[in-house]
Design a protein around this ligand. Structure first.
Ligand SMILES: O=C(O)[C@H](CS(=O)(=O)O)OP(=O)(O)O
Length: 270
């Protein structure tokens, strides 16, 4: 991060309206971005500008397989040098599992320098023992393990009680975080309807069935979804599938430096 020497920072002058935002390194209130193919220069720019506000970079889908090895390695090194975890998209792991190559996939990911792994069954079927074994295997290798609950196809959508069961089981199996599926679109998937509206009754049912939600990362690519989650849970809610160009905009939303959340702060003060 480039910092100017003598000048005071805004933070020394202005209190953020939504206070108590955790700084990095943090385990709650994380921001995960979906990277669909940023070049090295773009990545460097993004990290210089907004690295303090990013905790995880997901290289979407199987895009990792499409990089030149040297570029992938350099990108991973760049990201990790900013204290940010990086992992390949869950679909890539699902392809490896389909081809019975989980162990090789994990070894190669480790070799490239990825620091985290996502274990998902958004498209494939994973039995509970296979899922638990995959989590344990990845954790044993030293990865930070994120799992994901939810199906990509709306026709296969889980009921809330199934999501609850999976979240509890994954955490028991050793997952650091469980991602609630929202896809890149945020529409017609998981807790979102076809217009991207968050089904609050489903969200509340899920929240009330869990002891806490601190290990959940909500995929919420749309601003309105991020806003609802921040208003519901506060600035330290963990949000994923954030567009790399919107990291600062999300952080402003988190701390009340944007009308959409500032308005709520003002209303609560009345
Ligand atoms: O990167 C992936 O494989 C997908 C992409 S999307 O969220 O379905 O658009 O995400 P993942 O959360 O890893 O399944």
């Amino acid at each position: 991060m480039i910092k100017s020497g003598a000048r005071k920072s805004w933070q020394e002058m202005i209190q953020f309206p939504l206070g108590n935002r955790y700084q990095k390194p943090r385990s709650t209130g994380v921001t995960m971005i979906i990277d669909k193919g940023l070049g090295l220069g773009e990545t460097r720019d993004l990290l210089n500008l907004a690295g303090d506000y990013i905790d995880f970079v997901k290289l979407g889908f199987g895009t990792s397989a499409l990089y030149f090895n040297e570029v992938l390695e350099e990108k991973i090194n760049l990201v990790t040098s900013h204290g940010i975890d990086i992992y390949p998209g869950g679909t890539f792991l699902e392809v490896a599992i389909l081809q019975d190559k989980l162990r090789e996939y994990l070894a190669m990911a480790r070799d490239f320098g990825f620091t985290a792994i996502e274990i998902s069954d958004g498209t494939i079927e994973l039995s509970p023992p296979t899922r638990a074994a995959a989590i344990a295997m990845a954790a044993d290798i030293g990865f930070k393990v994120l799992t994901e609950v939810g199906k990509k196809d709306p026709n296969d959508a889980f009921e809330i009680k199934e999501i609850v069961q999976l979240v509890k089981q994954d955490i028991l199996s050793g997952a650091s975080y469980v991602i609630v599926e929202g896809r890149e679109s945020g529409k017609s998937v998981g807790l979102y309807d076809q217009d991207g509206n968050l089904r609050m009754s489903d969200l509340e049912e899920l929240v009330h069935s869990l002891d806490n939600t601190e290990q959940l990362i909500w995929e919420a690519p749309m601003k309105e979804q991020q806003q609802e989650l921040i208003i519901r849970f506060g600035p330290n809610v963990s949000i994923g599938n954030v567009n790399p160009h919107e990291v600062l905009a999300l952080e402003a939303l988190r701390v009340g430096l944007r009308a959409d959340t500032l308005k709520t702060v003002l209303q609560r003060q009345k």
